[in-house]
Design a protein around this ligand. Structure first.
Ligand SMILES: Cc1cc2nc3c(=O)[nH]c(=O)nc-3n(C[C@H](O)[C@H](O)[C@H](O)COP(=O)(O)OP(=O)(O)OC[C@H]3O[C@@H](n4cnc5c(N)ncnc54)[C@H](O)[C@@H]3O)c2cc1C
Length: 545
């Protein structure tokens, strides 16, 4: 990038602009296996700074020069979505405040760079919380969670980030700002009449959705969570209401840049009951998860760790599981949490007991916080594996971000074990079983050609498995660059083509995080794969999953 661009931005932005090699090297990685150095890093101090960058890149693009713009939270993304070759807009430095806490409406208004964990602590002091938090909450931002439609252990009861977002302020590709929220018919027709880029977007999207209604309806599925592509399903409802918020959430900075969000909070009940249950059959595990999901008072978490994880953690650190589970280890264990009021808890756990009696080999109930700590250790055991290196072998996040319907849990686990065996790699499985989203990170040395080839074989086989089970290839977080090459075979050319049209409407010059969700092939990925994968951005916070 020419120094002219840097000079222009340095002159016009209030926030800092950097082009130093160190800064570019730091932002060349996120938590994925990919690497791509930005040309310039900007730390916006306000929405106005973001608008200026967007306006500038738009004007250059109109003259034929495309400079990509990538928003960045804490860079914990595992799909390469927080990487870009142009201007990187880093939000946590300045745009990190709580702007308003409305205790009557139970909403909180924040800037995108606020640390999720800090916001959570602030909300707890008011007896509230933001329930869709990812496991990485202590070291990631709310902006990143919105862009990834992040979810976590509580999502089974409270939904994903998308369910918590009431409205957004978004800087569009040309620097205009829009405020998204659910609009009634009258409000929508006002938007449709605007002679601005915003008006053009509303008109084009509305027309497209009307024309392609049958195609859009195909997006409805049994999968609890689908983050693949763009979510076109909930923009226009049967009552005629219209909201761009669900589309922006999960779009990974490819349609606009979020500068402010109003989020709905939920009551935070500290009284919980934790139940650990072990299983010697995957069918029993699946049946148990399904029945727990069907309870009228649904658990606030159904988390899984598999027998491989127990064995591997025990081998590395026998103390981690000492007071939790003993050898011989079961096929799998669930950690189930209920967070209802104290009076209801007894009644609910009685109902849950009946389910466990049918399916589990053993159960252990913990209500007092000290005892619960032991069970929590089981849930957090995966971090021991993630941060452990075996020589040059690393646990690499290349697969395992998909999700299936809960009635496919057994087939999903069996498929995962079979592909690990076929490729002769070691991995343990854990995750949000209640949502059908599991994690596993095979150990590979990406410095070796053979292991890099294996990584691609594993990605192909894994994505095929998820598609065969009618699951979603991106469920936990987004597609990023890593799963973009698989999106067309996942959705088929018609639906993916429709998503491409939506992208084109919002981002005609492809300045917004290009290469994410659109325009990346497997060959492109091969060019930017890291040979020295590490958790550099996380070591301040690990171990924790
Ligand atoms: C150990 C570990 C555990 C994880 N567990 C989970 C989990 O349980 N659930 C889950 O969903 N994810 C999980 N993740 C993935 C990731 O941490 C989360 O999705 C997190 O919410 C990303 O936040 P971030 O601030 O790091 O975003 P980044 O990685 O910086 O960015 C993520 C995406 O958001 C976009 N973005 C950031 N800010 C903005 C903005 N202001 N406007 C528009 N786009 C923006 C970026 O361009 C990028 O596309 C995990 C990651 C790790 C390393």
């Amino acid at each position: 990038m020419s120094s002219k661009v840097a000079h222009y931005l340095q002159e016009h932005l209030v926030g800092e602009v950097m082009t130093s090699t160190d800064a570019r090297r730091y932002f060349a990685t996120d938590n994925s296996i990919l690497q791509l150095a930005p040309a310039l890093i900007a730390y916006p101090r306000s929405e106005n700074d973001v608008r200026k960058v967007a306006r500038f890149t738009w004007q250059l693009a109109e003259r034929g020069r495309v400079i990509p713009m990538t928003a960045r939270g804490s860079g914990t993304d595992q799909s390469g979505a927080a990487l870009g070759s142009g201007i990187m807009l880093v939000f946590p430095a300045h745009m990190n405040r709580i702007l308003e806490l409305d205790t009557k409406a139970n909403t909180v208004t924040v800037e995108p760079g606020i640390n999720y964990g800090k916001l959570q602590q602030a909300l707890h002091t008011h007896g509230r919380f933001l329930p869709a938090y990812p496991a990485s909450l202590e070291y990631s931002t709310v902006g990143g969670a919105i862009a990834n439609n992040a979810s976590g252990e509580k999502s089974i009861k409270y939904g994903n980030t998308r369910d918590s977002v009431q409205s957004l302020r978004v800087v569009l590709a040309n620097g205009e700002v829009i405020e998204t929220k659910r609009l009634g018919k009258r409000e929508l027709s006002k938007k449709l009449g605007l002679a601005t880029f915003e008006g053009e977007i509303y008109r084009s999207i509305d027309t497209l959705l009307e024309e392609q209604r049958t195609l859009v309806e195909r997006l409805e599925s049994d999968v609890v969570k689908n983050n693949a592509g763009l979510d076109l399903f909930d923009i226009k409802r049967k009552d005629g209401s219209f909201d761009l918020t669900p589309l922006i959430v999960g779009s990974q900075g490819t349609l606009g840049i979020v500068t402010e969000a109003v989020l709905k909070t939920a009551p935070h009940n500290q009284n919980t009951t934790l139940i650990m249950a072990t299983f010697d059959s995957l069918q029993h595990l699946q049946d148990c998860v399904q029945e727990l999901r069907d309870l009228s008072d649904r658990p606030s978490a159904i988390e899984l760790v598999d027998g491989n994880l127990l064995e591997q953690v025990h081998e590395l650190n026998p103390n981690q599981l000492k007071d939790v589970v003993k050898e011989p280890f079961p096929k799998a264990a669930l950690v189930v949490e209920f967070d209802d009021g104290e009076r209801q808890l007894k009644k609910i756990t009685k109902k849950a007991d009946k389910i466990f009696e049918k399916y589990a080999v053993s159960t252990r109930v913990a209500t007092d916080p000290e005892d619960q700590q032991h069970i929590v250790k089981l849930r957090e055991a995966a971090s021991v594996l993630l941060s452990h290196n075996e020589g040059l072998l690393r646990s690499v996040p290349i697969i395992g971000d998909g999700g299936v319907a809960p009635d496919q849990l057994r087939a999903y686990l069996e498929g995962i074990y079979s592909l690990l065996k076929t490729n002769n790699v070691k991995a343990a499985v854990w995750g949000h079983a209640g949502e059908g989203t599991l994690n596993f990170q095979p150990k590979l040395n990406l410095g070796q050609v053979g292991d890099r080839q294996k990584a691609f074989r594993l990605m192909d086989a894994y994505n095929k498995l998820v598609i065969k089970l009618s699951g979603a290839i991106s469920a936990n977080a987004g597609d990023g660059r890593l799963r973009t090459p698989y999106l067309e075979s996942f959705y088929g050319p018609e639906l993916y083509g429709l998503m491409g049209k939506v992208k084109q409407i919002f981002d005609p010059y492809s300045t917004l995080n290009p290469g994410v969700k659109f325009g990346t092939s497997l060959d492109d990925i091969k060019e930017i794969i890291r040979t020295d994968y590490g958790l550099d951005h996380l070591y301040d916070n690990l171990p924790r999953t």
